[in-house]
Every structure is written in C-alpha cells, then in structure tokens.
Design a protein around this ligand. Structure first.
Ligand code: ZN
Ligand code: ZN
Length: 411
C-alpha cells in the first residue's frame, strides 16, 4: 500500500444550477463514473468550508481543509505564496504577493503588464536583494512564481503584517501607498519600508534591459511590482505531529504548495513546465505525479483548473476539467486501497465568476466507511448523504479517523 489517506481538492468545483445546462450544475452535468462509484460505495455530504454563507478564499479554505481554524490560524496570504514559490520565510518575516504591472503617470493601466513574459525571472532577480533606502536593516527577497506573479519577503526587526496593499486591485486607478492598518509603530515602519521599496524598484525596472526587449516586441513596460496580501507564517503542527504519519502534496501552484508546506507536508516533485501547462494537461501531469508518489501516509492532491474556468465563466471547460479529474480519481482508487476523499475548497459558480458561500460536496470511500443511499457525486445528491453538513476543518479528521489516526478526546 502506497498511501493510507488521500485528499483530492478540486478548486472551485461547487456551482449553482445553470439554465444553459438545463438546470444542472457543471459537476452534475460532467460524466464522473469514478466519483459516482465512490459515492455509491462510500459516504457523502456537503461542507461549509469556512462558515455557512461565507465565500472562502482559497487560502483560508485550505487551512480549514487541513484541519485548522480558518479565522484564528489565518495570518495573511503572502507568506504561503512566498513559501510555495521557494523563498525562505522565517519567524517575524513579512511576505507579500506581487504582480509585475504597467503604471502610467501613477495610474495602473495593466495589472499584469500584458500577461506575456519571456524573462520574468531576470526582472525578479534585478529586484531581489534591494534594501529599501532608509531601512538598512531590512533585507528583501523577490522570487518569480508564474507569468506576472512574484513573491516578496521582508526580513528585519520590528516588521508587521498590518499594512495595506499597494495594488489598487483595479485598472485605471492610482497605485496606492502602503498604510499602517493598525496604530503600531511596527506597522508604520513596515508601510514606510514598503513605500521606499516600491519607488526604488520603479527606478530599477525603468532601466532594465528586459524592458528594452519588451519594447522591441511591442509589450507594455513592466515598471512596478504591485504588492498585496501581507502575511506572516502561522505556527502550525505538522501532519506527522497530529496524526503520526508523514504528509506529501502535489500542486504546481505556489499558494497551495505553500499552504501544504506550512502544514508540514513535503512536496512530490513535479516538472517545472507543469506550472505553465493549460488546465487539462495539468490535470494529467498532476495525476501522474500523484500516482508516482510513494511512502506518503497522507497525500494531498490539488487541481486548479475548475476554478480558473469558473472565473472566466467557461462552463464547458469546467465540465471537461471535472471529467479529467474523475479519470485521475479512478486511477488513484485502482492503485491503492487508501481512504480517498474528494471535495472542493469552495464553490465558484460560473454565473458569479468568483467564489460563493454555497457548501461543497464531499465523498469519502475506503475500508470501514459507512455507506449512505447516495449513488452519485454532485452538489444536490451529496446534500442527502451520511456526513450531512460538515465544517471544512472537520474533513481531515473524518478522513484520518477512518485510519484510526485521531487521538481519543477525553479518558
Ligand atoms: Zn480555491
Ligand atoms: Zn478562485
């Protein structure tokens, strides 16, 4: 047996009935023989991943699915992104997400600088290691992750995550100054360091040879790195400390890798090009890596494509991604007699184009599960299942208890 327990998360899989699918959801429309067979043999339910009616971010949702408190244990997104991008994040460090962007006369005209990048690594390297003028004790690390995205870590004394975003989050708006989000000196100091850094970066980027080449190719200049999502790493017990087994994860996306690392799981190696693959080929590559992972007591497998399709309102694409994931689920089931759970981190209704607070379906199968009468995997079918309505933070415990890995509470 290669794994004992596997948690498959299909990002944004939950949805609402769509007129164009004759009142079905994309999951209900998708042909999912393997997940249906799990539903028939296993136990199903629906999950309020963060809290009923609250649309979860992917970060808080995964914290919850890993068994943590999505409110109390959440300390901002940036640190997970940075960890997942391969930066070292230590105690007291404050980390951010960043976008290479195009600013004209103080106004953000393209938050992704055209999205097309040939030499983004070099741009990140040019910014890496700059100390903000006036803050010689603050060290700065910058690392490119995918496309226009970077992670940034500030290290030094008296830093705080209580700073607002430089990113205005909308094009046509002015780039913002970071401000202290609470009244502490640390927050004031961090905001000032960030502002100093952003103006220094602008000077470096304007002179970058990468921008000369971009101009020759007709691409918009990259003249800022928009920071957002300040965070510090929460101190979380590892999977091993909680359940006495090692944990591994498969995800090419920095955020999910960072969350899994923070929860004490080790990465299953993936080829570098998997990061930039289209959603359907990525499902296959992730499946291949998951099937090749050995000696993981617990394995977390993350698929991003269904959420991307939802944000873009691509119903057909979402159905295809779910069907591709279903084939991988079939192989995982065949290869192992593990306890297998399939769920989503949140609903992303195509009609909304973003996340919603609708609960998501879950199915768990494997030895010892107590089957219910549900025989297909879908939002409405699972609402009648034996797990009823769970909190996100209960999911991992439900799965691990089937392995006898949850300690007795009380005497
Ligand atoms: Zn998500
Ligand atoms: Zn999303």
């Amino acid at each position: 047996m290669r794994w004992m327990a596997v948690l498959v998360v299909v990002d944004g899989m939950g949805d609402r009935p769509l007129a164009e699918l004759d009142g079905a959801t994309p999951l209900e429309r998708a042909e999912t023989p393997n997940m249906d067979s799990m539903a028939e043999e296993g136990v199903t339910g629906i999950v309020d991943v963060v809290s009923p009616g609250v649309p979860p971010g992917s970060d808080t949702a995964h914290l919850a699915l890993f068994g943590f408190d999505p409110y109390g244990d959440y300390t901002g997104r940036g640190a997970f992104e940075a960890l997942g991008a391969g930066l070292d994040v230590g105690k007291g460090d404050v980390a951010f997400r960043g976008n290479f962007a195009t600013v004209d006369d103080g106004v953000v005209v393209d938050r992704r600088a055209g999205r097309v990048f040939e030499r983004a690594w070099e741009l990140a390297d040019e910014l890496d290691g700059t100390s903000p003028p006036g803050f010689p004790d603050v060290e700065v690390s910058v690392k490119h992750s995918t496309q226009h995205r970077c992670a940034v870590v500030l290290r030094g004394p008296r830093l705080s995550r209580a700073v607002t975003d430089v990113d205005p989050h909308e094009e046509g708006r002015e780039i913002r100054e970071a401000r202290a989000a609470d009244g502490t000196d640390e927050a004031e100091r961090t905001a000032a360091a960030v502002n100093s850094l952003v103006s220094t970066w602008r000077e470096i980027l304007v002179d970058s040879p990468v921008n000369d080449e971009r101009a020759d190719r007709g691409r918009p200049p990259v003249n800022t790195l928009l920071l957002r999502g300040a965070g510090v790493l929460p101190e979380l017990p590892t999977v091993d400390e909680r359940f006495g087994v090692g944990g591994k994860f498969v995800s090419p996306v920095a955020l999910y890798g960072g969350l899994a690392l923070a929860a004490g799981m080790d990465p299953v190696p993936l080829d570098e090009e998997v990061r930039e693959m289209d959603d359907l080929s990525q499902v296959e590559a992730i499946g291949g890596a998951a099937l090749g992972a050995v000696d993981a007591g617990f394995l977390f497998v993350h698929f991003k494509g269904a959420d991307n399709a939802s944000h873009d309102g691509l119903v057909g694409r979402k159905v295809e991604v779910i069907e591709a994931v279903d084939s991988v689920v079939g192989e995982l089931r065949e290869e192992s007699r593990a306890h297998l759970a399939v769920t989503a981190d949140h609903s992303s209704p195509c009609s909304v184009g973003g996340h919603s607070g609708d609960p998501v379906p879950i199915v768990i199968d494997g030895p010892g599960t107590r089957p219910d009468d549900v025989d297909r995997f879908g939002e409405r079918a699972c609402a009648g299942g034996g797990l009823h309505r769970l909190r996100g933070r209960d999911v991992l415990y439900e799965l691990m208890d089937l392995e006898g890995r949850v300690s007795l509470h009380g005497g």
